[in-house]
Design a protein around this ligand. Structure first.
Ligand code: F6R
Length: 268
């Protein structure tokens, strides 16, 4: 795991945007894995700004989102499709036919939908770079604690903590879905690179468990310890429960020398 401690949340977003731009500018048909939630919004703002400045084109990019609520219409403001349109897709030159989310209506069989999503990712050549946030309970995607580390795209029941954490996003008269389709942990681990962003004190314990705890289904993000190319971008608050800050800061400087010589994605 490459742990990068940034001065603040803005730097986390800028750093993440640099990774995404390097991928898109250096690969002919990049495949990007995307996340929703509060954390990546500033990343998407950076990407939109780069696009508007003529420095980034999404014309050849394919995207796969981590998750989507079950049985939610694309034009429902709470859907993750709507979120992606609002925060990224509507503002860049991406072909929306090449943007995918793991949808599942009431009438559809979640198992079949999950298998179809996995097949679609494979057919696109696999995810090159997967963007991740982390839940306060250590979840990635909607892989809640106890999720199998070998899981694939499937339907999940959200935990009470996740429902409470996300309730801030729902108006009192809006129904909050309790079921979601999510890429599994094994699906996420298949990505060539994963980049997890975490900001704020509320994520500090989950970050500590992910980076220095044992690999456990109780902290799904700890599975990233098994990934060959996992980058963890933190602000100081999210990193506040980690010891060894000096090592991470020093290692980042040394890694930068290698990256400058061989490129960010030298492990492709
Ligand atoms: C979103 C997702 C979730 C979030 C996580 C953190 O697609 O898969 O795992 O990344 O819940 O959410 P925020 O960023 O809102 O704290």
């Amino acid at each position: 795991m490459q742990v990068i401690i940034c001065d603040n949340a803005q730097q986390v977003a800028e750093n993440a945007a640099h990774w995404v731009s390097e991928l898109i500018n250096n690969k002919s048909n990049p495949v990007l894995g995307l996340a929703t939630g509060s954390t990546p919004i500033s990343l998407y703002q950076q990407l939109v700004a780069k696009h508007q400045a003529g420095k980034l084109s999404f014309a050849n990019t394919t995207t796969f989102n981590l998750d989507e609520y079950q049985n939610i219409a694309a034009d429902n403001a709470q859907s993750y499709r709507y979120f992606m349109n609002e925060n990224l897709f509507d503002h860049v030159d991406i072909n929306k036919n090449n943007t995918f989310l793991p949808t599942c209506t009431q009438a559809q069989n979640p198992r079949e939908q999950g298998l179809a999503y996995e097949a679609k990712i494979k057919a696109a050549g696999g995810v090159d770079l997967q963007i991740l946030g982390i839940g306060a309970n250590g979840h990635i995607g909607f892989n809640e604690p106890t999720s199998s580390l070998a899981s694939r795209t499937r339907i999940k029941t959200l935990t009470q903590q996740t429902l409470t954490d996300n309730s801030r996003l729902f108006k009192p008269d809006e129904e909050q879905p309790t079921l979601a389709m999510t890429m599994g942990i094994a699906t996420i681990l298949d990505a060539r690179y994963v980049l997890l962003m975490a900001t704020g004190k509320g994520k500090a314990k989950a970050v500590k468990d992910m980076v220095t705890g044992g690999v456990s289904a109780m902290c799904p993000a700890s599975a990233l310890q098994m990934h060959e190319n996992a980058i963890v971008l933190l602000d100081k608050e999210a990193a506040s429960e980690l010891s060894d800050h000096n090592y991470y800061l020093w290692a980042d400087k040394e890694n930068n020398k290698v990256n400058q010589e061989f490129g960010l994605f030298h492990n492709f």
